[in-house]
Structures are given as structure tokens and as C-alpha cells.
Design a protein around this ligand. Structure first.
Ligand code: SF4
Length: 421
């Protein structure tokens, strides 16, 4: 097999990569399939770098279904770099609320400000400049430059890692250094050296003709990985490149890619307080450098004690430290199970009241009316509590307690999906 890659001639990975004939056939089959089967997604067909950038950031760790509504709302409120750069962080977070991984929103905001200050408000078109923006890594920079600027830049994310690993029948963990290096080589190799817009005789789809070739190729690779070469049950019978796939030839679809080590979740218990006084709720604001930075929440902290044992002393000290208020707890109102990054959290929600005056606090706090809760950017469980409160707090809480106290409700605060797109 004649290899055409840039690896050193003695590199053992060199043999794993396909030859020119394979590559030409692969590109032709992939693009013909994409022209017929590409989904109509809101961000498809655009070459506006701002829109491509927003969609790519939203799609990180998040499914297309979850992103669609957010994408429209976000672009309606922040239609260009300038409007995003001049918005307040609270406003940006409010439009991101519920999408998870809130750091993406604050970095997007910071990057917009950098584009205005360093690039005169025009999205940069030099790969290294794009890469130097906050929140943009090699994958995202490659996606933006290939889709918006027609540059020959490879991409590698969850779908294409799986697809390339299977095409090559790569037997080891593709996310480790050796596999990662090989797959980046593969991702680059599949992009043609010459940029030619294909005009398929059988094309029925109009999306492809609106996109530059490298953007099409990269999107087609991700689409094939997402729709056909699925993690658990790849639909090889419908795969346009089955005749080129080493994994399919060897019947190894269920062992390739090699599974990553299972994520170890850490169980923890947290308590959130609904403290209402004179029609207003006590809310706290997470500062930079902590989980949910920039968002608001009902006062919350980790609980080390079993709440069945009535020893809340440490807990009340923690809340006092965070909010400046001494609190007294009343009934438990609800219980949620949710996942945040590597934590499986049991969140116990209590009614509570403050006692005495406010002391020095670690976090900023505000007393907020129910109506104004709508204007704050809350984390997902904070919004759930606010929603339950709005719908008639106590009876509803009790119903939820009955339903959820056995841990039946599980929300994924930030781990909406384990795969891109
Ligand atoms: S033939 Fe099957 S395993 Fe190979 S790329 Fe296609 S869907 Fe994936």
C-alpha cells in the first residue's frame, strides 16, 4: 500500500494510513452521500464566521437537538460580534441558561471583546489568531476556518474520532497520544490538496453547493459519524464507505473504537435554600473561578452530614459564610438528582429563614422578587426551583418530594450529551 502522508518514513503509524486511490474513492462517496442526506440544520449553509463560531461553541459537548432553539434566540439577541461584545455578562449568561458548561458563554463574551479590541470587530481569518481566542481549541479553529474561510484545516471531535478509528480499524484508545496523532493525520489526509467544488450529477441537496469544499468535507465527516457510524450500533448497511472500512471488513464494529476508561463519578449531597422575606427571595451570585461562575442560585452548599441526623450546624455555618446570613431550616421541599461534570449530586431543597442582620459574605447576594428571578441567569436546578416556586411553591414541592425523594429525577446540568453534535 502506497502511503501519502507527512509522517516520518520510519514511523510505525505510517502503515496505518490509506493510499491515494482509497482517499479519492472515499471523498467521492462521502460527498455524494452528504449531498443527499445532510440534515437541514440552522447553522448549515452559512459561511458567516460569527454564526459558525457561535454554533461550534454551542455544539461542544451538546447535541444538535438541544442547541437549535438556543442558536436562534442567541443570534436574535446578539446578531454580531459588536452586540455580543457590548452586552453585559449577565445578559449573555441569561441567553445561555440551561445549555450548560457556562464557561463557554463567558469565554465567547470575552472573545467577542478581544475581536473588537484587537481585530477592529472583524472575526479574524488567520488560523493562529482564531486559535488564540478564549474558548477556541484546535477543533473549533479548524471548523471555523474550513467552513467560513475555505481553508484546508482538519477537524477531530467525538464523531470523527469514532469514524476515523473505525475506518482505520485502530485497535487502541484513540484519545491517547498515539491514536490522537494518527487520527489528526487521517483528518488532514482526507481533505483534498486541491480545492474543487464537486458538481455531482445526482445531487439533490442544495446545502453543499453553498459551502466551500473543505467546509463540506468536514461537515460531511461529522454527519456520517453522527447519523451512520453511531457509537453503539453503526448502520454499516447504509454506510456509503462500507467497502473502504477496515472495521466493517473485519466485523469489529463493537470493539472499535476501544472504550475509554469509565468516567468515575463522585457522589455528593448539596442543600439549596428557599428563603423568602417580604415577597423577595435571597439569591447568591457565583464569582469567577468557581463552578457556575457568573450565574445566580438559591443559597446552596455541600452537605457533609446525613440530613436525617439533625445536625445542620456546619451547614448553617457554610451558608452564613457564603451569604452573610444566619439561617434556620424548616421543611424539606424537594430533592433532585443531577450530574455536573464528574459529580452526581443529590440536591435537597429546604425552606429556610434568615435570623438577624447580614454579616460579611463571601458571595454577592440580592433579595429578588419572583418576577425579577426571570431576569437572572440561573443554573438549571436554580431555574427548576424558581419554576416550582412560581407555580405555587408548597403543594408542588410536596408533590415533587413524593415523586423524587427516591431519586427518580435526574437532570444533567452540564453533561447534556457525551458526544459532539
Ligand atoms: S462501515 Fe460501519 S463502522 Fe465503517 S465507517 Fe461505515 S458505519 Fe462506521
Amino acid at each position: 500500500m502506497k502511503n501519502q502522508n507527512s509522517l516520518h518514513p520510519l514511523c510505525p503509524l505510517r502503515e496505518a494510513l490509506p493510499d491515494t486511490k482509497w482517499l479519492q474513492s472515499f471523498r467521492r462517496k462521502l460527498l455524494a452521500w452528504y449531498e443527499k442526506h445532510a440534515r437541514e440544520l440552522p447553522w448549515r449553509g452559512t459561511v458567516d464566521p460569527y454564526k459558525v463560531w457561535v454554533s461550534e461553541i454551542m455544539l461542544q459537548q451538546t447535541t444538535t437537538a438541544a442547541v437549535e432553539g438556543y442558536y436562534y434566540r442567541f443570534l436574535e439577541r446578539f446578531p454580531d460580534v459588536q452586540s455580543l461584545a457590548t452586552a453585559s455578562e449577565v445578559d449573555v449568561l441569561r441567553y445561555w441558561e440551561g445549555l450548560g458548561y457556562y464557561r463557554r458563554a463567558t469565554q465567547l463574551h470575552r472573545a467577542a471583546q478581544m475581536i473588537v479590541s484587537a481585530h477592529g470587530g472583524t472575526f479574524p481569518n488567520i488560523f493562529d489568531d482564531v486559535l488564540s481566542l478564549p474558548g477556541i481549541g484546535r477543533y473549533t479553529a479548524g471548523a471555523i476556518c474550513s467552513i467560513a474561510y475555505h481553508q484546508r484545516r482538519p477537524i477531530l471531535e467525538a464523531n470523527t474520532i469514532r469514524l476515523h478509528a473505525r475506518l482505520l480499524a485502530y485497535p487502541d484508545d484513540p484519545t491517547k497520544a498515539a491514536g490522537n496523532k494518527l487520527l489528526w493525520q487521517m483528518a488532514e489526509l482526507v481533505l483534498p490538496k486541491q480545492s474543487v467544488i464537486p458538481r455531482s450529477q445526482t445531487a439533490t441537496h442544495t446545502l453543499c453547493s453553498r459551502l466551500p469544499l473543505y467546509g463540506q468535507m468536514n461537515q460531511a465527516l461529522m454527519e456520517l459519524g453522527s447519523l451512520i457510524c453511531a457509537p453503539k450500533s453503526p448502520d454499516c448497511a447504509k454506510c456509503p464507505v462500507v467497502s473502504l472500512c477496515r472495521t466493517a471488513q473485519q466485523g469489529l464494529q463493537h470493539v472499535i473504537p476501544a472504550l475509554k476508561t469509565e468516567k468515575n463519578f463522585e457522589e455528593r449531597t448539596e442543600v439549596a435554600l428557599v428563603i423568602k422575606k417580604h415577597g423577595k427571595y435571597l439569591m447568591m451570585h457565583y464569582p469567577q473561578g468557581v463552578r457556575w461562575a457568573g450565574l445566580w442560585d438559591f443559597p446552596r452548599c455541600e452537605l457533609n452530614h446525613d440530613v436525617q441526623q439533625p445536625d445542620f450546624f456546619d451547614y448553617c455555618i457554610n451558608i452564613k459564610h457564603l451569604t452573610g446570613y444566619q439561617v434556620v431550616l424548616h421543611d424539606q421541599l424537594a430533592e433532585f438528582r443531577h450530574v455536573v461534570t464528574r459529580f452526581k449530586i443529590t440536591l435537597k431543597v429546604f425552606a429556610a429563614e434568615t435570623v438577624g442582620r447580614k454579616n460579611r459574605a463571601k458571595y454577592q447576594t440580592e433579595w429578588v422578587t419572583a418576577k425579577n428571578l426571570d431576569d437572572l441567569a440561573l443554573n438549571t436546578t436554580g431555574r427548576k426551583i424558581a419554576g416550582m416556586e412560581a407555580e405555587g411553591c408548597k403543594s408542588l414541592f410536596k408533590n415533587h418530594l413524593a415523586e423524587n425523594v427516591k431519586g427518580t429525577l435526574m437532570t444533567h446540568e452540564t453533561d447534556r450529551a457525551d458526544q459532539h453534535r
